[in-house]
Design a protein. Structure first.
Length: 119
């Protein structure tokens, strides 16, 4: 309960900061209506959701295994770089960078993070 309340207070503070920033940047001087307020609600919630996705996916994909088994033949794979792709979420695409491996046995390229990310 205390953690939930603390989290709620942090969200309120973040939103107050975002709204203050937007108010400083607003230059048209017209009064907001309910549609403007709803647009801001959607825009800010989408920004927050995207950032949550970015950070959580980065945590999952940043700790690549040393020699993961090839999903085709089971032989240990060798790292050969990275790729960046979009994971499609309910809030839109979220870019993720993940380690790419090559199997010297069957010459297959594979991405062990696919299983962790659920792709």
């Amino acid at each position: 309960m205390a953690d939930h309340k603390r989290s709620e207070e942090r969200v309120k503070a973040l939103v107050a900061e975002l709204l203050a920033y937007e108010a400083e940047e607003a230059s048209d001087g017209r009064a907001e209506n309910i549609n403007d307020i709803e647009d801001a609600m959607v825009r800010i919630s989408d920004q927050v959701a995207r950032e949550v996705g970015l950070q959580k996916l980065a945590r999952h994909t940043s700790q690549a295994p040393d020699c993961p088994p090839c999903p085709g033949c089971g032989h240990a794979g060798a790292p050969v770089g990275q790729r960046t792709r979009d994971v499609i979420s309910r809030r839109g695409p979220v870019p993720v960078t993940e380690a790419k491996y090559n199997c010297p046995q069957c010459r297959r390229l594979f991405f062990p993070s696919d299983r962790r990310v659920g792709a």
